[in-house]
Write a protein that binds this ligand. Structure first.
Ligand SMILES: Nc1ncnc2c1ncn2[C@@H]1O[C@H](COP(=O)(O)OP(=O)(O)OP(=O)(O)O)[C@@H](O)[C@H]1O
Ligand SMILES: [Mg+2]
Length: 347
């Protein structure tokens, strides 16, 4: 009897290992819908570069690493670039290209011209395809800081050209990019060169699984959910701080440079926004303030329609006032909102 050929589906994806906190290693948790999306991209190719944005620490990097691994398992040649973490991988079958890439990585680690390596993928994919039609994936995590924010749009255009006008034809192609820069999103969004796709913090169920992985005594899940809104980075930070929420809030206040001058200047709007983030959408808040809040990664401005096809993984709820999620504007996590509240109280 002929063997049944079963198409790989997301549940078959080999999960990568991730570190949630020092000494706490786990498998990639949940994000089932996002895993199914990888399988779909692998099947159909991405028509545009998929540029993923979302709250800091929501899990973009973990997801892209998982995507790189899954695509490799599906027979793709994968380039993975993460200049901020100094991680560059060429999981490709062509030994010559692999050698070229490693040589370039070695040079780059010496002279720290990270942008050059990000640009090299254009030549390297061409080199691979010159020899044979293949499945190619380019996965670029936070490359815009390395190549310069002013060149972000041009880089994305280059990636689009790779999809639309390849010098040598490919079998399939998947291009995924993540950015934690709210500002680049605007720059890229002005052109129609990419599919700008938001990703939110983890859904409650999945986040619960992650919470369970943390050892030791911990506060009830309900509290952790209300503080973090499902943000895995915030979960890790709280864990490291011995669940001291106060410490996490103060840390963020410093980190975001919420100075007396800043809060005094924007007090009226900030007071409205901590009550209801949509106030800065409907109330016509100054563009300068919106840019400031975006650049500091405090809010996500212009949340998309919650239709799942617009999102990586599950979209957030339409509104959740407890978590600071409005229809059009959302605080990245409740702790981000709390940091602003504290700063307001201090001045
Ligand atoms: N699905 C997941 N399963 C297990 N751990 C996860 C998952 N998603 C994220 N994490 C962990 O949560 C932390 C934050 O995630 P990650 O670094 O991927 O976020 P990010 O969105 O890339 O952040 P940034 O905006 O700072 O780049 C990391 O320690 C990561 O390993
Ligand atoms: Mg990241």
């Amino acid at each position: 009897m002929p063997k049944l050929y079963l198409k790989p589906i997301y549940s078959d994806v080999k999960k990568i290992k991730v570190d949630i906190a020092p000494g706490v290693e786990t498998e990639f948790v949940d994000r089932d819908r996002a895993l199914a999306q990888i399988a779909e991209w692998a099947e159909k190719s991405t028509r545009w570069p998929v540029v993923i944005f979302g709250p800091e620490g929501c899990g973009k990097t973990a997801f892209l690493r998982q995507a790189a691994s899954a695509l490799r398992d599906l027979g793709y040649d994968v380039f993975y670039l993460h200049p901020l973490d100094r991680v560059f991988l060429a999981e490709v079958d062509d030994p010559d290209v692999k050698t070229l890439f490693l040589e370039l990585v070695r040079k780059t680690l010496e002279d720290e011209r990270w942008g050059r390596l990000s640009l090299a993928v254009f030549d390297l994919t061409r080199e691979i395809l010159k020899k044979r039609r293949r499945k190619i994936a380019v996965i670029a995590d936070d490359v815009f800081q390395a190549i310069g924010l002013d060149k972000a749009a041009a880089y994305v255009k280059g990636l689009l050209n790779m999809i639309e006008h390849p010098v040598y034809s490919y079998e399939k192609i998947v291009v995924l990019v993540a950015t934690s820069e709210g500002v680049t999103r605007e720059e890229i969004g002005r052109h129609r060169w990419a599919e700008l796709t938001p990703m939110w913090n983890m859904p409650r169920e999945g986040f619960h699984q992650l919470y369970e992985k943390l050892p030791g005594a911990k506060p009830p899940f309900e509290d952790v959910w209300r503080w973090t809104g499902g943000n895995p980075e915030m979960l890790a930070r709280l864990y490291k701080a011995g669940w001291d929420v106060e410490e996490a809030v103060l840390h963020l206040m410093q980190n975001k440079k919420l100075s007396a001058e800043f809060t005094r200047r924007w007090r009226r709007w900030l007071e409205l926004a901590v009550e209801d983030p949509d106030a800065i959408w409907t109330g016509g808040a100054p563009e300068e303030l919106v840019r400031e809040l975006e650049a500091r990664n405090l809010i996500v401005y212009n949340m998309y329609d919650r239709r799942p096809s617009f999102w990586v993984d599950a979209p957030p709820p339409e509104r959740d006032s407890e978590l600071g999620i409005g229809k059009n504007v959302a605080w990245q996590t409740p702790i981000h909102r709390e940091a602003v509240k504290r700063a307001l109280r201090k001045t």
